[in-house]
Write a protein that binds this ligand. Sequence first.
Ligand SMILES: *Cc1c(COP(=O)(O)O)cnc(C)c1O
Length: 367
Amino acid sequence: MNNFIELALAGVQQLVPYVPGKPVDELQRELGLTEIVKLASNENPLGTGRKVAAAIQAALPELTRYPDGSGFALKTALSAHLDVTPAQITLGNGSSEILELMMRTFVAPEHEVVFSQHAFALYPILTQAVGAKAKVVPAKQYGHDLTAMRAAINANTRLVFIANPNNPTGTLLATSELEDFIASLPAQVLCVLDEAYFDFVAPDLRSDTMHWPLRYPNLIIARTFSKAHGLAGLRIGYGVSSIELADLLNRVRQPFNSNSLALAAAEAALGDTEYLQQTVATNNAGMLQLTQAFSHLGLQWIPSSGNFVSVDVQQNGMAIYNALLQKGVIVRPVANYEMPNHIRVSIGTSQENKVFIDALAQVLKGV
Ligand SMILES: *Cc1c(COP(=O)(O)O)cnc(C)c1O
């Protein structure tokens, strides 16, 4: 065989892998630093909650058993929490898997997938992996331009991704605009409404979307336990859709796609309202702390409804990212999102935020 790589599907051959935030251990190894602040992956800065830790402890003796492939207990808890029926819920190995299941279930190489410029990096990767065509619609003030996205939909379009709030820009769509868009979709176009950061949105700005899937059978809402619930390391998320759509995803998914520790932890996390409240309060305070510091430094930022904020550093963001690394602070460069002069920083504890702000001030002064 001449070229082994040619065996891979055409889309896969062209694929550029997702670049995750730099792990703390890696920077420790490279620089020999011990004090490292990681504000690069929109993780929860509060650490593992007590209730979650107890649930994991209780589940440990049963690790020799396969998990409950139907996720009965977690779906029951989610169903009560969200006021949807359990049959509308699909569990996933992170909400990333829900997005992937949508692609594998509905999108073939002859289809087009529509999403916004500056939208979450997984959308182009998943599209490329199935060999479909990505239609990237120019953003409007860093947010989704729904009018332009609607205009980009044609007879070949099979799926639309909307991130609300969007990562890495933090932009939020108004409820009526969003629902009008979904209502306007042709019957053959599926819509993934990615609400990974739902819990961080101010209550008066939130769209109460959970009752939409019964009205729009082509819609799925994706949510995750990775961010506000602090379970990024366990990989658990879910989709809420019509029962018909959930039934299709259920045929495609691996029978044990959500592991037993994740199922137990997610159920405990859902019941830990105190942890969630503390998370949101920490985030609100931290957002203020960071944006006030940006003001003092004369920097513009994109107003964010998430647990992160992208700031315009008025020069090459990758250079600032690298200089911050040297000081033991990991943020996210976003040049791959066509935002070369921004960096994205996750909201940390007040102490972590302070370390970042001090380091950024020094870096900008060239110290
Ligand atoms: C973090 C994130 C997700 C989901 O992550 P999982 O850990 O796979 O649940 C989905 N969408 C966006 C926009 C995100 O930022």
